[in-house]
Design a binder for this molecule. Structure first.
Ligand code: FAD
Length: 464
């Protein structure tokens, strides 16, 4: 079996390794750096910058509370950027090493289909033809652009641009209050930038549980991040004071926000143009490749996974889809449950969730119960000095099966895996209660939230 994979992001490169492990002759085509969006301009560099920004903030604000006197704390932003670049480079090189170690052939260039079983790999000065038995497209996504007047002015950037500022901007207007926008807001607020988030919808982070977002909004207010919801951006102008973002507020009044830089963060769209897909008969819908449950496209031997098929655009979803797809191709039945996908927001404290939010449970008309435990009652959170947050469990009222777990707190992006595993195993609230949780940990709050479903958490006054 000769398998060609287009795209070396987390979807493509992990799928290539799995294919090689299963005995396929595997070729991976990548036009830029291995690692894709995630390693080069996405998950990894954002979290590297965020870690530096949090560390700076912690030393500045928390060291003294812990009896540590640190004087003259300041930011060396180029050094922060260099550290970020070093992490990226090490991981990208690591992917290259894994390709070699697994016997995957890597071809550098842009893949363009010339027939249903043929791809041309184009570089500036060459074109090489590759044939295949099966092909998996994992071409990822690119930032969406709203073509409003002024979107192309100097100083208006996308997430990639915001990751490579040469200096910390004095002020930043972020158009879009989704996960990427809110993470960027935290990075730059912590580094001293005056941040304003402008969101067209009634709330930021609309896919998160509303109780978690409510706590986040309070913390953002405390951090002096301005959040304008129900606010529509009309245009951007260059003025002497900076970039003026003209908006219409919820009451229909025309207003403006002026900032040194503007980050346009309004979502991402599948990267599928110019690959010859329509020409060979692959069905698409607004740029997204259409696939069935086996990730097969309308062309029998061509499959697609990851951001390029839309859906849940996350690195771990791309990898999971790739694994299921290649296992199916190689004749192995695999389990993929896209209802249990943890999603994380790397602010401080972190937020995460898996399964249904309360809004979704309500919308689906389910008979459910919730249990909440605020971190104010958790010892480890007090030790860390971050008690803003909570754990919330949503369970079926009758069977007590867990339908969703949502949390905000230190380590929430790690803790969510307990919820994901519980849901994968079809666990009930009692299963979590019966699991002895180690002490002192923030994770104990998951057990307390489960106990709250029955109204009897230990470290909180009884719920009446
Ligand atoms: P990609 O990673 O986009 O990789 C696709 C690859 O295909 C690219 O390398 C591209 O160059 C290549 N390619 C495209 N067309 C061709 C062609 N014709 N020929 C050859 N090569 C081609 N997700 C998370 O899970 N956690 C996070 O914390 C997170 N943070 C993010 C932060 C930011 C700022 C951004 C932008 C994204 C973030 N994401 C995060 C999303 C995550 O990066 C994507 O969901 C993930 O990278 C998708 O993987 P993929 O393999 O489908 O595509």
């Amino acid at each position: 079996m000769k398998l060609v994979i287009i795209g070396g992001g987390p979807g493509g490169y992990e799928t290539a390794i799995r294919a090689a492990q299963m005995g396929a002759e595997t070729v991976l085509i990548e036009k830029n750096a291995l690692g894709g969006t995630c390693l080069n301009v996405g998950c990894i560099p954002t979290k590297a910058l965020l870690h530096s920004a949090d560390l700076y903030n912690e030393i500045k604000s928390d060291a003294k509370k812990n009896g540590i006197i640190v004087e003259g704390v300041s930011i060396d932003f180029p050094a922060m950027q260099a550290k970020k670049a070093k992490v990226v480079k090490q991981l990208v090189n690591g992917v290259g090493g894994l390709m070699k170690a697994n016997g995957v052939t890597v071809m550098k260039g842009t893949a363009v289909f010339t027939a249903k079983d043929k791809i041309e790999v184009r570089t500036e000065d060459s074109a090489e033809e590759v044939t295949f038995d099966k092909c998996i497209i994992a071409s990822g996504s690119i930032p969406s652009v709203v073509p409003l007047p002024g979107h192309d002015l100097e100083g208006v950037v996308d997430s990639t641009g915001a990751l490579s500022f040469e200096e910390v901007p004095e002020s930043l207007a972020i158009i879009g209050g989704g996960v990427i926008g809110i993470e960027m807001a935290h990075v730059y607020q912590r580094l001293g930038t005056k941040v304003t988030v402008i969101e067209m919808l009634p709330e930021i982070l609309m896919n998160l549980d509303k109780d978690i977002v409510a706590v986040q909004r309070k913390l953002m207010k405390r951090a002096k991040i301005d959040v304008l919801t129900d606010t529509k951006v009309g245009s951007i102008e260059k003025t002497e004071e900076g970039l003026k973002v003209n908006v219409t507020d919820p009451e229909g009044n025309e207003k403006s926000v002026t900032a040194q830089k503007v980050l346009m963060c309004v979502g991402r769209r599948p990267a599928t143009q110019g690959m010859g897909l329509e020409e060979i008969g692959v069905n698409m819908e607004r740029g997204r490749i259409l696939v069935d449950e086996a990730f097969q496209t309308s062309v029998e031997n061509v499959y697609a996974i990851g951001d390029c098929i839309g859906g849940i655009m996350l690195a771990h979803t791309a990898s999971a889809e790739g694994a299921a797809c290649v296992e199916g191709i190689m004749g192995k039945k695999s389990e993929l449950n896209l209802k249990v996908v943890p999603s994380c927001v790397y602010t401080y404290p972190e937020m995460s969730g898996v399964g249904l939010t309360e809004q979704e449970a309500e919308k689906e008309g389910l008979d459910y119960q919730t249990g909440k435990f605020p971190l104010a009652g958790n010892g480890k959170s007090l030790i860390i000095g971050e008690q803003n947050g909570l754990v919330k469990i949503i369970a079926d009222k009758e069977t007590k099966k867990i339908l969703g777990v949502h949390m905000m707190g230190p380590g929430a992006t790690e803790m969510i895996m307990e919820g994901a595993l519980a849901m994968t195993m079809g666990a009930t609230v009692e299963d979590i209660i019966n699991t002895i949780h180690s002490h002192p940990t923030v994770g104990e709050s998951v057990k307390e939230a489960a106990e709250s479903v029955f109204g009897n958490p230990v470290n909180m006054p009884p719920i009446r």
